[in-house]
Write a protein that binds this ligand. Structure first.
Ligand SMILES: Cc1cc2nc3c(=O)[nH]c(=O)nc-3n(C[C@H](O)[C@H](O)[C@H](O)COP(=O)(O)OP(=O)(O)OC[C@H]3O[C@@H](n4cnc5c(N)ncnc54)[C@H](O)[C@@H]3O)c2cc1C
Length: 172
């Protein structure tokens, strides 16, 4: 089938790649240049979405964690595991027990990814890792892992995969 995809941000590029992998004749049209817009200005995180656990979106988190794994396996030079800290303060923010359950569930859903498991850091350990954190009322922090990517380079890499499968890329 002949398929036209409009927009060479990460969504269009991945759509064109998926269609080309299925053997379709694909043209990817970009009104500007490849990866010129939102997809090069993200927070650059490959994340499963820890916060979505709060609303019970387990299937979504599982899917996103599999996507995180996909990119780390397929484009390891453009992505790397990243430790994140979730600080806990006395009397404000989410309680420790809630984040403890969330990070453990996150570990469970990410099983097999090879990422370090989440852990609790006491106040001293937390401030050692992150000295600029507000120390007043700080109890400690949960350490957990996601990944960081070079979003611009990753998108351009996907477009190169497209080209190697014969996708015609039309840009300005
Ligand atoms: C502040 C912020 C932080 C984010 N952080 C993250 C993050 O950490 N991790 C993450 O995974 N996601 C993150 N996202 C989400 C992610 O950046 C977007 O979901 C993603 O970039 C959307 O990709 P896109 O291809 O739809 O859009 P775009 O990158 O904007 O691409 C759309 C393209 O379509 C082109 N276009 C439009 N109309 C036409 C037309 N008629 N013909 C031809 N071309 C056309 C545009 O020129 C553009 O290049 C973040 C988003 C924002 C705003």
């Amino acid at each position: 089938m002949k398929i036209a995809v409009a927009g060479a941000g990460i969504i269009g590029a991945c759509t064109a790649w998926a269609a080309a992998k299925q053997g379709h004749a694909v043209t990817l049209f970009e009104q500007d240049t490849v990866m010129a817009h939102t997809s090069q200005s993200s927070s650059k995180l490959l994340h499963g979405g820890l916060r979505y656990l709060e609303t019970g979106q387990f299937a979504l988190v599982k899917k996103a964690l599999l996507a995180r794994r996909f990119w780390l396996e397929h484009a390891p030079e453009l992505c790397r595991p990243l430790e994140l800290l979730f600080p806990i303060y006395a009397g404000r923010g989410r309680p420790k027990w809630q984040i403890s359950i969330g990070t453990k569930l996150y570990d469970f859903l990410a099983a097999g990814s090879g990422f370090p498991r989440s852990s609790w850091l006491d106040k001293a350990e937390t401030l050692e890792r992150c000295p600029t954190l507000l120390s007043d009322g700080l109890k400690g922090a949960f350490s957990f892992y996601d990944a960081q990517m070079d979003d611009f380079a990753l998108g351009r890499w996907v477009v190169e995969q497209c080209r190697s499968l014969g996708v015609n890329v039309e840009e300005r």
